[in-house]
Design a protein around this ligand. Sequence first.
Ligand code: F6P
Length: 323
Amino acid sequence: MKKIAVFTSGGDSPGMNACVRAVVRSAIFNGLEIYGIRRGYNGMIKGDIFKMESSTVSNIIQRGGTILKSARSKDFVTKEGRQQAYNQLKEHGIEGLVAIGGDGTFTGANLFYEEFGIPTIGAPGTIDNDLYGTDFTIGYDTAVNTAIYAIDKIRDTADSHERVFFVEVMGRDSGYIAIPCAVGGGAEIVMIPETKTTIEKVVDALKTGWSRSKTSFIVIVAEGDEEGSAVEIAAKVQKEIPQMDARVTILGHVQRGGAPTAADRMLASQLGIACVEGLLAGRACEMAGIVNSELVYTPFIETITKVKALNPNYGRMIDILSV
Ligand code: F6P
């Protein structure tokens, strides 16, 4: 293998740039030519491919977002799209790929390998931390810290006005972001897709809190909770407690940006190197991850289909801490 390419795909996450840097530098260290593909699979289809040098990735380790841009490609889902992508890679002489992204990215890479035999090794780049095969994904630590920084500010105003704040954090399918936000942000209640928390339970918790002279509350809602969005949940609770003074804050894409934390830079650098070394060792269709402090490669199919279960004790922890 002489020429490889790197791309970022799906929702961006802080630390993607640090990972791109590690891929580029370790490719050069190993005597490979390294190319960047802009805008994920869309750029692969269009041939938006350029040669990268060590200097191309200077001064990016601390930057959020991704210098390669990112996209969720509809065209790559089609056979014609993947054929065009293959033609472009062939034309550029690219023999291996490093994909930095989440489950959608790895689903595409798996199919692409089955059809065209181009090996891909993945690095888990998503704030959601919901990928099987790694304890932490690149960007998760930063996203949680960004959210907690915001929640601390919300607590101040909640306390001054004696209000109930419903704070929505990201995580369509998982409570991985919500749980540390609730623990670290001192929330009274957390609502996540993995466990059912009824409106009745929220109402009871608020009433119990008031009876114990609490005057302000934080309810953390993961965007994928089965009771709905934070706006919908606040409205349902308001119906049961008309005198409640409630506000809703949706943290949204604020969680996706910003300078990566030291932990994310470290993880991104380790995994970027592991991706290149994995390709050189003849691996394909696997994600590099860290499990119990050890580097592991997990087949894409497992990262996509297996569920990384959330520790069930976390809910109990929040109940204890909010007494
Ligand atoms: O997968 C990362 C993520 O930020 C999710 O937490 C969120 O549900 C989704 O992406 C939002 O996607 P988009 O930026 O395309 O609206």
